[in-house]
Design a protein around this ligand. Structure first.
Ligand SMILES: C[S@@+](CC[C@H](N)C(=O)[O-])C[C@H]1O[C@@H](n2cnc3c(N)ncnc32)[C@H](O)[C@@H]1O
Length: 168
């Protein structure tokens, strides 16, 4: 678990949590962060990751699934986040497009990841903040908060609501 990214995520996420919310963790790994959240707050959690074994217990469900296939998940989510995983996704645009169909009307999506240009010692490709916010807008998401820290970028999105948009 990469602790500074997790702390950044919690700083963005905790003020948004409220009772009864359905929360989605995309690229959840072992599900550790989501597990802590459902233990401490009155929410329900769904975590997806292509490399996990499915698990379901009180308030927490872990599903073996790629980010690019989240349309297959039933129902909508009040809050979704992806922590240190975006750079692993094969097709971020498809993921964000599908994500925009899985958020409730006032739902939020939080992205925290390594930022482009930093050296982690791993030959991976990281995105810039501009690339993330650009793909948000292509996918029908509006950036409502975003920025960079020493190693990470973060971006929070809501649905781009147009007149007469769905009313959930
Ligand atoms: C660096 S780990 C981060 C795990 C967790 N979010 C954390 O912060 O501890 C990246 C995760 O992305 C997952 N991943 C890779 N490809 C993915 C995809 N297409 N969709 C969703 N998750 C994916 C990996 O299996 C891995 O668990």
């Amino acid at each position: 678990m990469e602790q500074s990214g997790k702390q950044l995520l919690l700083r963005l996420l905790l003020p948004l949590l409220s009772e009864g919310m359905r929360v989605l963790d995309i690229g959840c790994g072992t599900g550790e962060v989501l597990y802590e959240l459902v233990q401490r707050y009155p929410i329900r959690g769904v975590g997806i990751d292509p490399y996990l074994c499915g698990r379901c217990e009180n308030k927490l469900e872990l599903v073996k699934l790629e980010a690019e296939k989240i349309q297959e998940l039933p129902g909508l989510f009040d809050l979704a986040y992806t922590l240190m995983s975006l750079h692993h996704f094969e097709d971020p645009l498809t993921f964000f497009c599908q994500m925009s169909t899985k958020l409730t009307r006032y739902g939020r999506l939080i992205v925290v990841d390594w930022k482009k240009g930093i050296r982690t010692g791993v030959p991976e490709k990281y995105y810039s903040l501009g690339e993330v916010t650009e793909v948000f807008s292509k996918a029908g998401l509006t950036s409502i908060d975003y920025g960079e820290e020493v190693f990470h970028l973060y971006a929070v999105a809501s649905l781009t609501l147009t007149r007469g948009a769905r009313n959930q």
